[in-house]
Design a protein around this ligand. Sequence first.
Ligand code: FPP
Length: 238
Amino acid sequence: MPSLKDSVNKSAVPRHIAVIMDGNGRWAKKRGLPRADGHRKGALVIETLMDAAMDLSVGCVSLYAFSTENWSRPSTEINALWELLCSFFAEKLPVMHKKGIRVYHSGSKKRLPARVCSVIDKAVKQTAGNKGLKMNFCLNYGSRQEIVDAVNNWSAKAGPGEKFTQKKMAQNLYASDLPDVDLLIRTSGECRISNYLLWQCAYAEFIFLKVLWPDFKPSHLYRAVIEFQKRNRRFGGL
Ligand code: FPP
């Protein structure tokens, strides 16, 4: 009997998978642990996801790591997330670089602590020449803000009377060389998109999984891709 991974049609894998890593807090609560422990366990899953995505030759993975709305959380949780992010990159950047992964950042740098900005800048710069999996870390990211920023970026350089177009919009997004999202996966059973990649998800297939993010395994990715491959994508055509 073929393994789950072997059941994936390698010639039709999504080019871009976007993930909403939800459920860290509930995972911790169920175990009587602080929420930060859920985030810590969640961060460990990222390398597993990257390896599984590379095994399938997925081109790009976007991760929703911190939204523009997450600033409303207690500062202790926010600070724990920044610490985690910095230690994640300190440990995993050499590993990612060795694997040929190229790091992207989507989001506004305006409110990010300086140490987080420098960690992200270093990762983006160091991996810029890599040709493997593209990992887009969405940090201080909100899709509505991305759209506003894109319009403002464009209008600052637009000539008199120049018209705005869909192509110009796409060219002014935070990570403008990434393709549209083919598959969006959200864990934890919540069925909403939460201001994530609204422009890029115009024709994405959505898969909502009950599993909490810290319990996410490669098999969840393989199953989601197999389900994606059963969908009939018509892009508005017949
Ligand atoms: C949502 O779950 C998760 C987040 C807001 C943070 C995601 C962060 C990580 C997985 C780890 C750090 C990231 C990197 C890139 C190292 P939640 O906390 O809202 O879960 P809940 O809905 O159960 O409370």
